[in-house]
Design a protein around this ligand. Structure first.
Ligand code: CP
Ligand code: NVA
Length: 304
């Protein structure tokens, strides 16, 4: 098989996503029915975390065991990665012993470099620039609740961060529109997002306008991991970018609310929204595991 990495959302095409969403639905059904699904028996996943995680760790680790495989968990603090062993050397060594690598790190350049020297597929578990596994789960969750996302409108309220960039990539690839509203100074950057044109997104200075008519309203923390030094400045700048019931009312009546989590109630989202009837955040979190099981299978075995 040709070596395939998943470093950003654009690494797969629309046909591959259609396959993955179908496969994830099958894998989820089998999981719920306690049916064995050991397609990756005897395969090993190395998970490298240079930033904290709850969902990504649990979903990849539990998912790989459920596929019949095993995992190795590495962090900067307990490996030579934290003692400046070059990324290329680490990639060469680790990829000789495992079948698949998942990395959560800082700059996208680090994961790109790791992938260049890796003999096995590398999956992006979040970088400063992208979070493709999360958007994979988010779109799968949207499809479960509302059907195809094609032609729909997603409102992004908040930081022009890794999640926003990945939504923009997904919109261009899967043919939907993103309404983006960020405070001044925190805009999305088309070059960083790596999209070809501005056709699939619209920018709004007022978050209420971004939510107007949306099928899905979504947000994220004001301060992403790695940007903690900016926390106080961000709290001031983002004060009006809190998803509340008024914003939800300006969206379509059947609009969904999503948040990749962890969430800060009273900051980027009010409790009555994230804990309210339009919120699908718990399905969204669970679905990380089902879509990533489909993704790991696909990268190692192709279409089954
Ligand atoms: N959404 C997400 O990636 O969560 P964790 O940081 O807990 O992995
Ligand atoms: N944008 C957030 C997402 C956390 C899952 C971060 O990068 O910290």
């Amino acid at each position: 098989m040709v070596l395939k990495h998943y470093l950003q959302f654009t690494d797969l095409d629309a046909g591959e996503y259609a396959y993955l969403f179908e496969r994830a639905a099958l894998i989820k059904r089998k999981f719920k029915a306690y049916e064995k699904h050991h397609t990756l028996a005897d395969r090993t996943l190395a998970m490298i975390f240079e930033k904290a995680s709850t969902r990504t760790r649990v979903s990849f680790e539990a998912g790989m065991y459920q596929l019949g495989g095993s995992v190795v968990h590495l962090t900067t603090g307990d490996s030579q990665l934290g003692r400046a062993e070059p990324i290329d050397d680490s990639a060469r060594v680790i990829s000789r012993m495992v079948d698949l690598v998942m990395i959560r790190t800082y700059g996208q350049d680090k994961i790109e470099k790791f992938a260049r020297y890796s003999r096995v597929p590398v999956i992006n578990g979040l970088t400063n620039e992208f979070h493709p596994c999360q958007i994979l789960a988010d779109i799968f969750t949207f499809i479960e609740h509302r059907g195809s996302i094609k032609g729909k409108t997603v409102a992004w309220v908040g930081d022009g961060n890794n999640m926003a960039n990945t939504w923009l990539q997904a919109a261009e690839l899967l043919d939907f529109t993103v309404h983006v509203s960020t405070p001044g100074g925190y805009e999305v950057d088309q070059a960083v997002a790596g999209i070809r044109s501005a056709n699939s997104y619209k920018v709004f200075s007022n978050p209420m306008d971004a939510c107007s008519g949306a099928d899905l309203v979504t947000t994220d923390v004001w301060t992403s991991m790695g940007f903690e030094a900016e926390n106080e400045a961000r709290k001031k700048a983002f004060a009006d970018w809190c998803v509340d019931s008024e914003m939800m009312r300006s969206a379509k009546p059947d609009a969904l609310f999503m948040h990749c989590l962890p969430a800060h109630r009273g900051e980027e989202v009010e409790a009555d929204v994230i804990d309210g009837p339009q919120s699908v955040v718990w399905d969204e979190a669970e679905n990380r595991m089902h879509v990533q099981k489909a993704l790991m299978e696909y990268l190692l075995l192709g279409k089954l």
